[in-house]
Ligand binder design. Structure first.
Ligand SMILES: NC(=O)c1ccc[n+]([C@@H]2O[C@H](COP(=O)([O-])OP(=O)(O)OC[C@H]3O[C@@H](n4cnc5c(N)ncnc54)[C@H](OP(=O)(O)O)[C@@H]3O)[C@@H](O)[C@H]2O)c1
Length: 484
């Protein structure tokens, strides 16, 4: 059983709280992991607690069809709605009293978790006010969770970090990137380090190129105001794609201890080489979907990118010469996230164009699993080669319910395990990389318009074709089999 704790959410009337945080907390509660929880939902809206709880109830019911009525009622009874404006110092006095009252109710000092589901510009002011008002004065643990993006650029991230580290100890700061909580992202290390067949070929002698793709098939979905200030580079590449790249490319850590893993990840990011000055190569492509400018709260002449494709390399012995292609965008032809490891052709098949390379594809979403493509002899032919695949679909198993990324991450926060959260130096180096891309694309024609429900801008195809490679996708590979 966990120690008693109060889970408070700042921004509790927002999209993230309703759609992700409360469903994940409820699921953990239903799984009997959170019997000692109390929750404080902090929102600005002037609504009654009853109205608020109705909204939480509806969102859990919508997200989790298997909810249990009585358990949900019990869960809702553990939430207190506290209305305040983050900027108003005086409101924190009442919050302090509320935390103390919750301690009195259970006759012990509960651990305090502060989840900031807010814009990064609110991180410092909330943390400072929590400190100044005495909300942090307790002998129990205090943990603070900060949603991505951590800052708007390198400078703002540094400023925020300076304030937070004065208030919380690093081990109690959880910079969340929910992608790291996804089942198959966690599986990457297992696939690499627990399979001899992969561990020994995970380098530039055997791997031709690596592709990391996160495609979305929807637009900004009512979040135009936020997205227009952010764009795909800040919203996706800085965190999800660079973090995935770090896990794919890192050296084997000395142990699977939190800090060892983080040390290896940061080493990869420090060695990422973008080669943006090589104008001929055009190693970065920005796209914007047709119709983006008509989205609510988007500037009419916005240059914000809704698509990024890029090529980079990792400047170390293991990866020298291996291109890493990253690609992400909104309103594309499908929703799909995959890591693709393309192996080199063998000495026998490298001259034969028609013979495809081995591919290891780690399927992250919507399907979770592993796809492995190898070459075999076509039956009843003399020497004709055909590709076949071994396709393991983890999420297809009817007895398996894939936990939501937030379930895993919230559970880790409650237990104080920060392995799947980003350390400051990882965030910092990722911002440095993003800043160099922004500098490069400022005033340059990086942006191409693309039609909705397509593969994205033509430039992304040209980018990879310039390196004599092609983008792969499990769905396309499977469809091609029946293309006759
Ligand atoms: N939504 C997602 O799926 C998702 C995923 C990953 C990361 N994130 C990140 O999480 C953060 C929150 O996202 P979101 O989608 O939940 O945003 P959102 O829907 O705009 O919610 C923001 C919340 O902050 C509250 N708020 C803003 N200013 C306030 C103030 N001065 N005082 C009190 N409350 C204030 C809002 O209250 P009102 O309702 O009263 O305005 C609302 O509850 C963002 O940084 C986002 O990038 C979101």
């Amino acid at each position: 059983m966990t120690e008693a704790f109060v889970f408070s959410i700042f921004g509790a009337t927002g999209n993230l709280a309703f759609n992700k945080l409360f469903p994940a907390l409820y699921q953990l509660y239903q799984d009997k992991k959170l019997s000692n929880i109390s929750m404080v939902a902090i929102g600005r809206k002037n609504i009654s607690e009853t109205e608020y709880l109705l909204e939480v109830e509806r969102s859990v019911q919508n997200k989790l069809k298997h909810y249990i009525h009585n358990t949900l009622t019990e869960f809702l009874e553990k939430i207190t709605y506290y209305q305040m404006d983050f900027q108003e110092k005086n409101s924190y006095e009442g919050l302090k009293n509320l935390f103390e009252q919750l301690d009195t109710n259970i006759n012990e000092k509960a651990n305090r978790i502060f989840y900031l589901a807010t814009a990064p510009s609110d991180f410092s002011v909330i943390s400072q006010n929590l400190k100044d008002s005495g909300v942090l004065e307790t002998t129990a643990h205090k943990r603070a969770v900060f949603e991505k993006p951590f800052g708007y650029d390198l400078n703002s991230a540094k400023e925020i970090n300076k304030v937070l580290t004065r208030i919380f100890q690093e081990e109690n700061i959880f910079r969340i990137d929910h992608y790291l909580g996804k089942e198959m992202i966690q599986n990457i290390m297992t696939i690499r380090f627990y399979n001899h067949i992969f561990e020994n070929v995970w380098d530039n002698k055997s791997i031709d190129n690596v592709q990391i793709t996160i495609k979305e098939n929807e637009g900004v979905e009512g979040r135009g105001g936020y997205y227009d200030r952010s764009g795909a580079l800040r919203d996706m590449i800085q965190n999800h794609l660079f973090q995935t790249l770090a896990i794919v490319a890192m050296e084997k850590p000395e142990s699977f201890e939190t800090e060892q893993i983080r040390n290896e990840k940061v080493r990869v990011l420090e060695n990422v080489k973008l080669e943006l000055q090589n104008i001929e190569a055009k190693n970065i492509v920005f796209g914007q979907y047709n119709g983006y400018l008509n989205e609510d709260k988007v500037e009419k002449n916005s240059k914000t990118e809704t698509f990024v494709a890029m090529k980079c390399e990792i400047d170390n012995k293991r990866w020298k010469g291996v291109p890493f292609f990253l690609r992400t965008g909104k309103y594309l032809d499908k929703r799909e996230a995959e890591v693709i490891i393309e192996f080199k052709k063998t000495s026998m098949n490298k001259e034969e164009e028609s013979i495809e390379p081995n591919l290891l594809i780690i399927k992250i979403q919507p399907e979770e699993g592993i796809y492995f493509k190898i070459n075999t002899r076509k039956p009843k032919t003399e020497r004709e080669i055909m590709p076949v695949s071994m396709d393991y679909c983890q999420s297809c198993n009817i007895y398996y319910r894939s936990p939501e990324a937030y379930e895993r991450l919230l559970w880790d926060i409650i237990q104080g395990d920060s392995t799947l959260f980003t350390r400051w130096d990882e965030v910092e180096v990722a911002w440095k990389l993003v800043e160099s891309i922004i500098m490069h694309c400022r005033n340059k024609e990086c942006l191409e318009i693309y039609d909705k429900k397509t593969k994205g801008p033509e430039g992304a195809e040209t980018l990879i074709a310039n390196y004599n490679r092609q983008w792969w996708s499990v769905e396309d590979l499977e469809r091609a089999k029946f293309d006759f």
